[in-house]
Design a protein around this ligand. Structure first.
Ligand SMILES: Cc1cc2nc3c(=O)[nH]c(=O)nc-3n(C[C@H](O)[C@H](O)[C@H](O)COP(=O)(O)OP(=O)(O)OC[C@H]3O[C@@H](n4cnc5c(N)ncnc54)[C@H](O)[C@@H]3O)c2cc1C
Length: 514
């Protein structure tokens, strides 16, 4: 998807003037925005909305806008890079979504299950379904283990494993957290920082979950039972946003990659970009909003940052992802939007049924479009497997799970997504402190979004950080590193009243997995 950076050696370098725009007399090319994902496009949209004195240029290395939240299309079958629910507590974000795609924004009832040890567990967990699936003996062991760990918890909660065991007990951790978490991250859960659990799982209580299951109480209303979804997938949101940006005089350069950030002291003076023809252009700029990954960004400064900052950048790690979309010759093999596959005997982590998200994702109602999601590492066996082998693997695994027959598969597409997840390991936090300290000293450069802040987030966080970066350019003063869509870091962030303050068990996997 990205332009080969090495190919710029064959091209030529030229400086380019600001592109013509509707109000050129009053404009300069003053804000270069790196990345045409939710963060970059929100920055451009917000800037053009709040001021007509700026002319943003968005640089996007891929062929599609939307970043990880894009929608791919294979022979008319549309699919996400993992299903993308739209939900947020932040009114400014939901207002922007509504503004962009209100007429095409569906409300979808969420339906999902967990597959584990050959059985489907209702999700949200239902007490009697869970008990009958694990059996009376195992249920007693779960309770005993829970009590044991509540009485004598791990004294220090450094790792994900310790954090979860202290709250749920060892048996429940083993059944419902360990195998899936290790699939997602590819490392033992004992090596994953507790920060990640604290950010993604937060205030869950087993006692409350059991009580809800017994009493039928459910205070997790609409946003958790339902989510919003553009009729043609998340990419539709970002394609429309891009069109609005261009309508208002912004520019979006596709298949163009930012490769060098020239600076004079702590001021970025220009950005070198390389287009798909291998030509390098230099864009002079007054401001930069970045959403590319920090690990790639810091080595791209010229002159480079001090050695400790470069060393910190090298410590940031990422987890990659690929989706094998199988087209089946029959409709809906299961009714759910998605199924979590905890069973360690198959590699697939989650399975999507895209028609359950929107009927218009599938062109032929007699067929199904099923996304088999695999967590991997660039260069590993899965990542480097051929499309033919990946189709064969996904076909074998969907059959092993009893969801389809191998003969049902009539077509397939593979999409690989590098840097899908910023990793929260034992080194990342200290590294991030060093990096943010240096970036904050830059006078005219801000970084936002998922990999731009190394934050395991949802779209709303990327968007909000971009909104604040724009306001900083317009004279306000916000700390984008501390934007938090769960707790208002600023009183002015209005949270939707319809969602409870803290996610409950129902949100557990939706939030904690991907
Ligand atoms: C499997 C999965 C499921 C998810 N599900 C949900 C969900 O249900 N709901 C939800 O809200 N969020 C979900 N997310 C998170 C969501 O995808 C991200 O929060 C969002 O896409 C982040 O937007 P961004 O703009 O910060 O980054 P990105 O989406 O990563 O966009 C960055 C853009 O920058 C471009 N770029 C990178 N380097 C360069 C360069 N050097 N030059 C030019 N361009 C460059 C990239 O090509 C990309 O387009 C999910 C993520 C994953 C991986």
């Amino acid at each position: 998807m990205t332009v080969d950076a090495a190919s710029h050696l064959a091209g030529h370098t030229s400086a380019i003037a600001p592109p013509a725009g509707p109000q050129d007399a009053n404009r300069t090319t003053d804000v270069v925005i790196i990345g045409g994902g939710p963060a970059g496009l929100t920055a451009a949209y917000e800037l053009l909305k709040r001021s007509d004195a700026y002319h943003p240029v968005v640089i996007e290395s891929g062929a599609m806008v939307g970043g990880i939240a894009r929608t791919e299309n294979h022979n008319g079958y549309r699919f996400d890079i993992g299903g993308h629910r739209f939900f947020t507590k932040v009114k400014e974000v939901s207002a922007m979504w509504q503004e962009i795609i209100g007429d095409e924004f569906l409300t979808v009832a969420r339906s999902s299950r967990i597959f584990y040890r050959g059985k489907f567990f209702a999700y949200p967990l239902k007490l009697f379904n869970a008990l009958s699936n694990v059996g009376v003996y195992e249920s007693i062991r779960i309770v005993v283990s829970y009590v044991r760990w509540r009485v004598r918890p791990h004294p220090i909660e450094d790792s994900f494993e310790e954090w979860v065991i202290n709250r749920f007990g060892g048996r429940l951790y083993m059944h419902f957290f360990r195998s899936y978490t290790e699939k997602v991250w590819g490392i033992p859960a004992a090596q994953i920082r507790a920060d990640w659990a604290a950010q993604r799982i937060r205030n869950l209580s087993l006692v409350k979950a059991v009580w809800n299951a017994i009493s039928g109480a459910n205070d997790t209303v609409s946003l958790i039972e339902e989510f919003r979804y553009p009729r043609l997938g998340p990419g539709q949101m970002w394609e429309r946003c891009a069109a609005l940006v261009e309508d208002r005089g912004g520019q979006i350069r596709m298949r163009t990659k930012a490769i060098v950030f020239h600076r004079a002291g702590m001021c970025v003076t220009s950005v070198d970009v390389i287009d798909s023809g291998g030509n390098v252009h230099s864009i002079p700029t007054q401001q930069v909003i970045n959403s590319m990954a920090l690990g790639e960004l810091l080595p791209a400064f010229d002159p480079p940052p001090p050695a400790p900052v470069m060393e910190a950048a090298a410590k940031l790690k990422y987890r990659d992802f690929l989706i094998v979309t199988l087209v089946l010759a029959r409709a809906d093999p299961f009714p759910d939007n998605w199924i979590y596959v905890h069973s360690p005997d198959v590699k697939v982590g989650r399975i999507q049924n895209f028609r359950a998200w929107s009927a218009d994702m599938v062109p032929d109602p007699g067929t199904a479009s099923i996304g088999m999601e695999y967590f991997c590492q660039e260069g590993d066996e899965l990542w480097t497997a051929s499309a033919v082998d990946l189709r064969a693997l996904a076909t074998r695994e969907i059959a092993a799970l009893g969801l389809a027959q191998p003969g049902d598969v009539i077509d397939a597409a593979v999409i690989r997504q590098p840097k899908a997840y910023p990793v929260y390991d034992s080194e990342y936090k200290a590294a991030l402190d060093v990096i943010s300290g240096w970036i904050d000293e830059l006078e005219n450069f801000q970084t936002v979004g998922r990999n731009g802040l190394h934050r395991y987030n949802n779209q709303d966080h990327s968007m909000l950080s971009a909104m604040y970066a724009v306001r900083n350019i317009l004279g306000e003063s916000h700390d984008v590193w501390n934007v938090n869509v769960e707790q208002s870091y600023h009183e002015e962030i209005e949270l939707e009243k319809t969602e409870p303050d803290q996610p409950k068990i129902e949100q557990l996997h939706a939030n904690y997995t991907v």
